[in-house]
Design a protein around this ligand. Structure first.
Ligand code: 6R9
Length: 654
């Protein structure tokens, strides 16, 4: 990226959504937070850390030996005590901690007192099964209460968990179990997925048969009721072992830098990286950002994050941040279209959800399904909407606020990564005048910038690489077992400046607000111009016929790369050559003739990872007429066939 390109239509967005005065008047955090953090960054984070319950308060806030950070290192605390015990001790034992909604419609409410007793039993059970402080536990569960309980039980005894998304294969499980050298696996017989039981335990059995592991036991939750094979010495039923435990457990005080979890990110190439997070700094920043960005009022809000617990969003914003703040959370097991496309809105209506956190991929899908579906439900309880996972296209942002937020709720677009552990860039709902499509600026206490190739900050109106210029409390502490790769991946690109390289491109607009442009690997070079896939996609989505778009650069003999777009139409739009011509003209008028796609293919679906991110690598294979590469991380591997079938029709125009 040249760092000087200013082609963007995005950064010229003129719609502004200042906070509603009523919302601002009651907001948890005001503009003073920026000033406090700017005046004394470490002091600011100390104040936030003091919102937690420490067994021993720290004396040294930050020990920074680049790129290795220790936060609050001589303090001790217990993450589970912070998320559960402390609320019960403060008299909130009867408050609902989890509203669980199973996909088939079964429901369960768990109060903080009940959660405490379950977590204590589970902690005792882990101990009985030989798990000790420091041992790693793999968790491979559906979205059920036991997933939260298992994570907190591990945290309670100081056994770092490694949650593996329930959609991963036996091979992926084996790789992660051996890399983390786990001694216990917690799984279920099965879980509900699109109206049927999908088995989980067979994948664990198959994984453990693949080679040597150190797994001594497999703890199995009964959920699906499906038949499972049983290895008597090794396998134990969750219910059986929990039943015989005491429902009290004395939680140890653990050092702030004690490992809390490892979470594997696949990335686009190479073996998965085990991202390591520790306790005190991670909990400080997840709790603070959840408080500040979602404006949680624990006595009255009902908070729902729709992510899966197998991703970082589930860790930080279903479990640790919200529970540390004493939220009442909704936990939903299934898909948004089971039994029908109104399921999410039915859940919002039923539990009177006030704060909703979901991903652009879901929002664009809802757009495609049409406004009339959410319109059938009472969504008036909602008072704030959040987005995470990909850049949110301005039109999707506007749709979200209008069709879901009744044109009144703040929308917070939150940028962060598995590696950052918690939100880094986001509006503050009571402070920031939001711009659709911009994550706006670094949160209080967070230092971000956009730099050019040489690591020099670009001015307003410029573009380049997103970097983090100062350490932050919830930063990854390394890649499990591979300090070299940690240094190489994140700290070598701008080693001279000592910046963390996020791998994303970004732009600063004339006000200095940030516009995230996706992974730098996805940036296209057309006739010497850097064009981001995000910009062209957002231009396409701003056309009324388009619900979703994915754009790639394909080798082109004259321009270096040519832009190829894959487009999903909205529910009522019709396919056709006139439309394709219209879309090309639309992109030209939104961005400039240089960004006009060489080809536009109307497709029924797009290839996405299991966490909902578009896999442009596979689309590049299609666009360049290559054999399609590795599809194992696709959520639905049949999607590529649907797209390839469309290919012959995709003649290029002019
Ligand atoms: C939390 C999460 C991280 C990557 C990140 C970026 C993209 C996430 C975004 C966003 C633009 C946002 N990303 N949030 N891009 N705007 N609000 O998604 O973590 O799975 O590790 O992905 O996701 O490209 O670098 P993770």
């Amino acid at each position: 990226m040249s760092g000087t390109e200013a082609l963007s239509n995005l950064a010229r967005e003129e719609r502004r959504f200042p906070p509603d005065p009523q919302f601002a008047a009651q907001a948890n955090v005001t503009a003073e937070a920026y000033e406090a953090a700017a005046a004394d960054r470490l002091g600011f984070w100390q104040t936030q850390a003091d919102r937690l319950l420490w067994s021993k308060r720290w004396t040294q806030t930050l020990d920074w030996q680049p790129p290795f950070a220790k936060w609050f290192a001589d303090g001790t605390l217990n993450a589970a005590v912070n998320c559960v015990d402390r609320h019960v001790a403060d008299g909130y034992g009867d408050q609902v901690a989890i509203y669980f909604e199973g996909e088939p419609g079964d429901r369960l409410e768990l109060t903080y007192a009940e959660l405490l007793s379950q977590v204590s039993r589970a902690a005792n059970a882990l101990t009985e099964l030989g798990v000790k402080t420091g041992d790693r536990v793999a968790i491979y569960l559906p979205m059920i209460t036991e997933a939260v309980i298992a994570m907190l039980a591990c945290a309670r005894i100081g056994a770092p968990h490694s949650v593996i998304f329930g959609g991963f294969s036996a091979q992926a499980l084996f790789d992660r179990i051996t890399d983390a050298d786990a001694t216990l696996v917690i799984t279920a017989d099965g879980g509900y997925r699109r109206g049927a039981v999908s088995a989980l335990k067979p994948a664990v059995d198959e994984a453990l048969a693949k080679g040597e592991t150190n797994v001594k036991h497999v703890l199995v939750v009964k959920r699906g009721g499906n038949e499972v094979a049983w290895t008597p010495e090794r396998d134990v039923w969750w219910d059986e072992v929990l039943q015989r435990q005491q429902d009290t457990h004395e939680a140890p005080a653990l050092p702030a830098e004690h490992p809390l979890f490892i979470l594997y990110t696949s990335g686009t190439t190479g073996k998965p990286k085990g991202i390591l997070h520790t306790t005190g700094g991670y909990l400080t920043q997840t709790a603070y950002t959840h408080h500040a960005v979602f404006d949680l009022k624990p006595d009255s809000d009902v908070y729902w994050c729709t992510a899966d617990i197998g991703w970082v969003t589930g860790h930080s914003y279903i479990v640790y941040g919200p529970l540390a703040n004493r939220a009442s959370i909704v936990l939903y097991e299934g898909t948004p279209d089971t039994p029908d496309r109104g399921r999410f809105w039915e859940i919002v209506q039923r539990y009177r959800v006030t704060l909703l956190y979901t991903a652009p991929t879901a929002i664009r899908t809802f757009m495609k399904w049409g406004d009339e579906i959410p319109a059938k439900y009472d969504l008036s309880s909602l008072r704030l909407l959040g987005s995470v996972g990909e850049p949110i296209n301005p039109e999707a942002w506007i749709w979200y606020r209008r069709a879901i937020g009744a044109e009144k709720t703040p929308v917070v677009d939150t940028w962060w990564q598995t590696e950052t552990g918690a939100m880094m860039i986001s509006p503050l709902p009571g402070v920031t005048a939001a711009k659709p499509g911009s994550a706006t600026r670094g949160l209080p206490g967070i230092s971000v910038d956009v730099v050019d190739n040489e690591g020099t900050p670009v001015g307003n109106g410029g573009g380049g690489f997103l970097v983090l210029t100062e350490p932050w409390p919830s930063m990854l502490r390394g890649i499990w077992g591979d300090p070299e790769r940690y240094q190489q991946t994140y700290w070598s690109r701008f080693s001279e400046q000592g910046y963390y390289f996020a791998g994303d491109g970004a732009k600063k607009d004339d006000d200095g607000d940030l516009w995230l442009l996706g992974r730098v690997d996805d940036v296209m070079l057309v006739s010497g111009h850097n064009i981001s896939t995000t910009e062209v996609e957002s231009a396409l989505v701003s056309h009324p016929a388009v619900a979703e778009a994915a754009v790639v650069g394909a080798t082109d003999p004259t321009t270096g790369q040519g832009i190829v777009a894959f487009v999903i139409l909205r529910g009522d739009a019709t396919d056709g050559q006139t439309l394709v011509a219209e879309l090309r003209a639309h992109v030209a008028s939104e961005i400039g003739a240089i960004a006009k796609p060489r080809q536009i293919l109307i497709v029924p679906e797009l290839p996405k990872t299991r966490s909902g991110k578009i896999m442009r690598r596979l689309l590049r294979d299609v666009a360049e007429n290559r054999q399609i590469g590795d599809v194992t991380t696709l959520a639905d591997s049949t999607v590529m066939n649907l797209i390839s079938e469309k290919l012959p029709a995709a003649a290029s125009e002019d």
